[in-house]
Design a protein around this ligand. Structure first.
Ligand code: NAD
Length: 355
């Protein structure tokens, strides 16, 4: 196994691993550990080149620094990528080698699930390193993060309601939820329990039919759903759904949902939402419930669900702060959230320097 370092400005450590025996070709980026060890998921994709994988791991690890800084998880930002087709390349030997690669950073980077990586893969990684989170509750880990992400979105949506409608109430307001998977499906139920009217859409029609039957939701076809009038649009499917095509068609007062990277072009599309008078909850602030839950697993006493919920409640305060900065500085909320994250990292650096 050969591990080599790649020098990248603004990143604490970027490393490459090549292991001929298992076929592993992977990268780990540690963006910043000022506020704690760098935690971020492991993803596996058939990148066409190492440069493409490097671009992804750098972008994602920096995003994790921002997400954790705003959520005050006590963690820094990192990410890892395995280059290769998951259908063809996955093997126990590959994940054992990946475990040794993660272990070589001695806890500076802590891994978790991400695209195309499941719990069974991480269990193999765990045989070679203890720096793995998000495994099953039975093994002492924090388990499936989705219910916590859904709860965090609900908490965050209260701040969104105050900002857009002047009151934190959900009652009688219409929420259009796109993507009723692990997070969106739960969130729709939580909102309904608060008196909201729920309209759902998903490319998976079976799921839609089942939820309609169980909870009496209304539904619209996924195609063209952005043309449907609602009070709050709740994207919980894929990224990049807010773009040049969809933003001019939106008929909502606010947006807040779990999907990652909702704005195709964060700067341009963030400005366009402001121009249209739509309140936007930055995705990495409102969807932090999952990472908060994982971070609790790393506390000295081990995982504690009540502590996790207490921390998740702070998503409300964090969004209030973001909205305040956006108004004061006359900037889009996404930019305000990055500013809040960078201020917290800078404060952490100052505090460390004083010690
Ligand atoms: P999921 O796979 O369980 O659910 C996604 C749902 O979206 C599925 O029902 C799927 O059919 C639907 N979908 C996919 N593409 C679609 C499309 N083009 N149009 C309409 N529906 C589509 O995923 P999840 O865990 O619920 O996560 C949802 C989103 O939230 C993702 O973007 C994910 O990255 C993000 N997120 C999830 C968590 C978590 O804890 N699970 C945490 C943070 C962010």
């Amino acid at each position: 196994m050969e591990i080599t370092e790649i020098e990248v400005d603004g990143y604490e450590k970027v490393v490459r691993c090549r292991d001929q025996k298992s076929g592993l070709h992977a990268l780990i980026a540690v963006h910043d550990t000022t506020l704690g060890p760098a935690l971020g998921g492991m993803r596996m994709l058939p990148y066409t080149s190492e440069d493409e994988a490097l671009f992804d791991v750098l972008r994602l690890s920096k995003g994790m620094t921002h997400k954790s800084a705003v959520a005050e998880t006590g963690l820094g930002g990192g990410k890892s990528v395995i280059i290769g087709d998951p259908k063809a390349l996955k093997s126990p030997a590959l994940f054992k080698a990946m475990g040794r690669f993660v272990n070589s950073l001695e806890g500076q980077y802590i891994t978790a699930e991400d695209m195309n990586i499941g719990i069974p893969d991480l269990e193999v990684v765990r045989t070679e390193t203890k720096w793995v989170t998000g495994l099953s509750r039975e093994s002492g880990s924090s388990g499936n993060p989705s219910p916590y992400t859904a709860k965090g979105c609900l908490v965050g949506l209260r701040a969104v309601m105050e900002e857009a409608f002047g009151k934190p109430d959900f009652k009688g307001k219409t929420f259009l939820v796109q993507g009723v998977g692990a997070v969106g499906g739960r969130l729709a139920v939580l909102l309904k329990n608060e008196g909201a009217k729920i309209v759902i859409c998903d490319i998976n029609e079976e799921k839609v039919a089942q939820l309609k039957k169980e909870h009496g939701f209304e539904s619209v076809p996924d195609k063209g759903h952005v043309d449907v009038a609602c009070d709050v649009y709740v994207p919980c499917a894929r990224g990049a759904g807010l773009n040049d095509d969809t933003i001019p068609r939106l008929k909502c007062k606010a947006i807040g949902g779990a999907a990652n990277n909702q704005l195709l072009d964060p700067a341009k599309h963030g400005r366009e939402l402001v121009q249209r008078g739509i309140v936007y909850a930055p995705d990495f602030v409102i969807n932090a419930g999952g990472i908060i839950n994982v971070s609790v697993e790393l506390l000295p006493g081990g995982y504690d669900e009540a502590a996790s919920y207490r921390k998740i409640d702070r998503i409300y305060d964090n969004l209030k702060k973001v909205f305040e900065i956006a108004k004061k500085e006359r900037i889009p909320t996404g930019e305000a959230a990055v500013r809040l994250a960078e201020e917290r990292v800078a404060a952490g650096k100052k505090a460390k320097a004083r010690k």
